[in-house]
Design a protein around this ligand. Sequence first.
Ligand code: ATP
Ligand code: LTN
Length: 331
Amino acid sequence: MKRLITGVQPSGIITLGNYSTIKNVVKLQKDNPDFDFLIFIADLHAITVNQDRTKLRQNIRNLAAMYIACGLDPKKTHLFIQSEVPMHNQLGYVMECIAPIGELERMTQYKDKKVKQVNGINTSLLTYPALMAGDILLYDIDFVPVGDDQKQHLELTRNLAERFNSRFGETFKIPEPLISNVGARIMSLNDPHKKMSKSDPNPKSYISVLDDENIIKNRIRQAVTDSEGVIYYDVEKKPGISNLLNIYSFISGDDINTIVEKYQNATYQQFKEDLAEIVANELIPVQKRYNEILKSDILDQILDEGRDYAIKLAYKKIMKVYHKMGIGRKR
Ligand code: ATP
Ligand code: LTN
């Protein structure tokens, strides 16, 4: 049986961009019914930057509910909260012990975040990829679905695993990245040169999965396009229209060429109206399921099961690691 893991940070509202990655995982599960799926809410990663405790609690729960609402099969998925499986911290620390500082300082995401944080940054922002390596290596993972931004961290994970194996003996499976192009990068609706991002100060730039129907439709109607008046895919010349075509494609499942053909004689307004309808029809049922899940006690049952399953696997692995390194007592 092949095993797959992914972690997601509970950092606020869930945009259409984040939704596309959740949908990707759901599709992966449908296409690979025999894979073992581990999905965790990366709350320990979230606290690398300061968080409001009440909001963080809500975000953790909301994100877990959203995964289920988006169609993950709770019977086949082990969904858990990272901080409830303490072996993540344990293996993360071991990874720090075999990762020279220089390697961590070279991580692009660290360098980017370092310049953005005006009030000084926490040590954990530097050691974050070591914790991420621990997240993955605890579970003998075969595949990690990754976007562009996480490729370098996965490469580091593979290097750390190989280093540990050669220093202490075969312990970790080397995980493979699973790069998927479905649900390509969704761009901002008012500046299609930037990615759609929840931290954008202008709410017109994004759609939140939980926005109400009118807001969803208006955001699409108001999306920036161009003055050519013809619908085709060209990211350089027509970033706005190309972004809307991407959104159309990832939600409908139709490929871009089919959509372009369908709208070859249409106006931007007709195309946007259809897209607004498609996006709203996709998100409204998700919102309904999401609210039901949050109200029921199913979510806690799922999270308990996920935690127990993860702890069982993770405990075995961390004990093996300690044993190989010679820490603790001989057993
Ligand atoms: P921030 O505003 O802090 O940059 P974000 O909304 O961009 O946050 P992240 O927390 O960085 O989201 O990413 C969560 C997941 O969603 C990641 O897997 C990331 O690749 C994916 N993701 C984020 N934005 C987009 C987007 N615009 N299109 C496709 N995927 C996205
Ligand atoms: N760093 C990732 C979240 C993450 C992750 C992981 C993803 C933490 N640990 C392990 C895959 C596997 C992010 O910020 N998107």
